[in-house]
Design a protein around this ligand. Structure first.
Ligand code: C2O
Ligand code: CU
Length: 440
């Protein structure tokens, strides 16, 4: 009974199938080493898509088919994974699971019709701890079928860089130190590649700001001070209603879409956005209001009233448990494990499509783990055994040391999907497994 109700509540929340495409958008991406102006304009050796870090923002409209031809001119094999976008399994970009790695000099064409409008991103799924850190990432925006009347729509890509004494990206990847901690945290934090990002707007504007955390390990907790943004989407999907941002955290992989009304009387004012995740708060970026005020667009913020409440979900037994921990061994000296097994020795979890499941993540370690499931959205139903009911879905959830998080989900996308920690060093050292969604 409960089960059927939980499944019924999901059915209106997001579609099973992609819309029938009305047109096709084609993009060319070339992954290659290069030199860019980064931070404050200084030259940095990077690996980049189309010569820029962050890579290009690929913008399409819901209902369009996306075709991306990737040319690999890196000295390593690569792939692209479309983080958060529900794509056909064969387009998911995971070597050895859904496709062969693209060798140096090779190419591959990704083709899919997005099922959901929202903020997604893309990155390699081969040696991610190195390739993403060197600069390979970009944003995929799927616009709603109908344009929303924001006065501006901006993307802020958050990243941090660990630089060596020569000022270049430190080429020591997946170190024992990174593995014994929360992955690789860099000393240089950038927004859109800029160490002092400033967005200039007119007073009275109402902006949609999309935050994307592409860092290997760093978590952000942005504080917008007096601007009081409202959260309208988490991990790409609209929330049931606009929410205050209080304490919202972006772990690696997470996205947050904000609706911000700039005060009309604030010409000449600057608003600092401060990161408060660590003990040492610092300015992430600033928004500056300048010029003549404009009249603020009034309209109802987008939302998804069909996000299920799933009350009663905690009455259901736990179907799948993932225990997260570390052990000695492996090529890096430390292995991160799921149920005591590193990637390669993992057990594939079989799930039935269309069936509600309760999945438990149990962190037995003293480190952070943002756990991500490809191709699915889930909703948190309990933390440390206490029922909670956030009115939104996620594709990545941050577990704190020794924390247990239960999520509910109804897999609607068939195939073999990765489930892993999005701290890329932890993933590289084994913290990955597979979920196989089957049935008819
Ligand atoms: Cu951004 Cu396997 O994920
Ligand atoms: Cu982890």
């Amino acid at each position: 009974m409960v089960l059927q109700r939980l499944e019924r509540e999901l059915s209106a929340a997001y579609p099973v199938d992609a819309p029938e495409p009305t047109s096709t958008r084609e993009f060319e991406l070339r992954a290659a080493p290069g030199t860019t102006q980064q931070f404050d304009g200084r030259l940095l050796d990077v690996w980049a898509y189309n010569g820029q870090v962050p890579g290009p923002v690929l913008r399409v409209r819901l209902g369009e088919e996306v075709v991306v031809r990737l040319q690999n001119d890196l000295p390593q094999p690569t792939t692209i994974h479309w983080h958060g976008a529900r794509v056909p399994n064969a387009m998911d970009g995971v070597p050895g699971v859904t496709q062969d790695p693209i060798p140096p000099g090779g190419s591959f064409t990704y083709r899919f019709v997005p099922k959901d409008a929202g903020t997604f991103w893309f990155h390699p799924h081969v040696r991610g701890a190195e390739q993403v850190e060197r600069g390979l990432y970009g944003v995929l925006i799927v616009d709603d079928a109908e344009t929303l009347p924001y006065s501006r729509d901006e993307v802020w890509v958050l990243d941090d860089w660990r630089l060596g004494s020569d000022g270049q990206v430190d080429p020591r990847f997946v170190t024992r130190h990174d593995l014994a901690h929360d992955g690789r945290w860099g000393q240089m934090v950038t927004v859109n590649g800029d160490a002092a990002q400033q967005l200039t707007v007119r007073p009275g504007e109402r902006i949609r700001l999309r935050l994307v955390n592409t860092s290997n390990g760093r978590v952000y907790r942005p504080d917008f001070g007096s601007l009081e943004p409202r959260v309208i989407a988490v991990d790409g999907m609209y929330t049931a209603r606009p929410l205050p941002i209080d304490g919202f955290e972006l772990a690696p992989g997470n996205r947050l879409d904000l609706d911000i009304a700039i005060p009309a009387d604030g010409s000449g004012r600057s608003y600092a956005i401060t990161d408060r995740f660590t003990r040492r708060p610092f300015t992430l970026a600033t928004i500056r209001a300048d010029g003549e005020p404009v009249s603020t667009p009034t309209f109802e913020a987008p939302s998804n009233p069909n996000v299920p409440g799933w009350d009663g979900a905690v009455e259901r037994p736990v179907d799948v448990t993932y225990v997260l921990n570390a052990q000695r061994g492996g090529e890096h000296g430390i292995q991160w494990t799921i149920n005591g097994r590193p990637w390669g020795e993992h057990e594939v979890t079989e799930l039935e499509g269309g069936r509600w499941v309760r999945v438990r993540f149990q962190n037995d370690s003293a480190r952070l783990h943002p756990m991500h499931i490809h191709g699915q959205f889930f909703k948190i139903i309990a933390r440390n055994g206490q029922p909670v009911d956030p009115p939104y879905f996620r594709d990545t959830v941050l577990l704190r040391p020794r924390e247990t998080v239960d999520v509910g989900m109804v897999p609607l996308d068939w195939g073999r999907w990765m489930m892993h920690c999005h701290i890329l060093e932890h993933a590289e050292a084994g913290m990955m497994t597979e979920v196989d969604v089957g049935g008819d």
